[in-house]
Design a protein around this ligand. Structure first.
Ligand code: NAP
Length: 251
């Protein structure tokens, strides 16, 4: 069994990934901003009480269907708004010396035209979505190298094409692709995957729809559990190959 650290574990996609990895018996390090929400999530994962949206996802044939009771779940409250503070938090977290994978699932988005997008908004997007992902990766590289680990960046189809009002978010995600591609070339002992989800039924999408002035209907979007299955399939790809980039859109 492996050990996986997930940023944005309290979010829709991060939680769905945590559930699938937990079902497979892996140890987890969960990060997010709120200690209470992290504790609640860890409790649910320990008892196997996953939330309905992902519990209904069928597990791939051959995969173990239930949570392995012995695996450990650690929570690390971590705010990614200020990348300079991450090193001290991780240093105090007593993280394992070997990590089989890091899944970068934290992210923020605020829609606004360039004409109205002030510097603080730009810095918030770039800090949370890009610079912190680079900093977390840098700090965890020794543990990843020790295990020949896998780094997964949850990007976005907005990281492939920038639409009106999406400039700051898209710029952060275009940058996240550059980070992934450079890392893959620099660290041959690691595997690096970028997942580009389209619109997915999470709180982020609910907020995006409100900002766009449209009603939110969960069924219009991909389920977070489906995106998580694609991500975990990349993690479980045999070591002779790497899923470098994969796009998963609502059907
Ligand atoms: N939903 C979509 O349609 C969609 C589409 C394409 C790509 N994505 C990407 O998928 C990833 C997961 O998004 P989601 O849809 O699961 O959204 P979500 O449910 O809103 O979850 C976002 C996660 O990011 C964390 N986060 C936000 N700001 C943070 C900060 N300053 N410091 C630390 N953590 C922070 C949140 O933690 P808290 O619990 O502390 O708020 C939460 O765990 C993001 O990278 C997003 O860009 C989403």
């Amino acid at each position: 069994m492996g050990t996986y650290l997930i940023t944005g574990a309290t979010g829709g996609i991060g939680t769905a990934v945590a559930e699938l990895l937990r079902e497979r018996g892996h140890d987890l390090v969960l990060t997010g901003r709120s200690p209470d929400r992290l504790g609640e999530l860890a409790g649910k994962l320990r008892t196997g009480a996953a939330h309905a949206a992902t519990q209904s996802i069928a597990i791939a044939p051959g995969a173990p269907p239930a949570a392995a009771p012995g695996a450990s779940i650690t929570t690390v409250p971590l705010d990614l708004t200020e990348p300079r503070r991450i090193e001290a938090v991780l240093a105090g977290a007593e993280l394992p010396g070997r990590l089989d994978g890091v899944i970068h699932a934290a992210g923020v988005v605020h829609l606004s035209p360039v004409a109205e997008l002030e510097a603080d908004e730009w810095m918030d997007h770039l800090s949370v979505n890009l610079v912190s992902a680079a900093e977390v990766t840098r700090l965890l590289l020794p543990a990843l190298r020790a295990a020949g680990g896998h780094v997964v960046f949850v990007n976005s189809t907005a990281g492939l094409r920038a639409n009106p009002e999406w400039s700051a978010y898209a710029a952060s995600k275009f940058g996240l692709r550059a980070l992934a591609d450079s890392l893959r070339a620099e660290e041959p002992s690691l595997r690096v995957t970028t997942v580009y989800p389209g619109r997915t039924a999470t709180e982020m999408q609910r907020r995006v729809r409100a900002q766009e002035g449209h009603p939110y209907a969960e069924d219009d979007f991909a389920a977070p559990g489906t995106v998580a299955r694609v991500l975990v399939a990349a993690l479980e790809t045999p070591r002779d190959a790497v899923v470098s980039d994969v796009t998963v859109r609502p059907n």
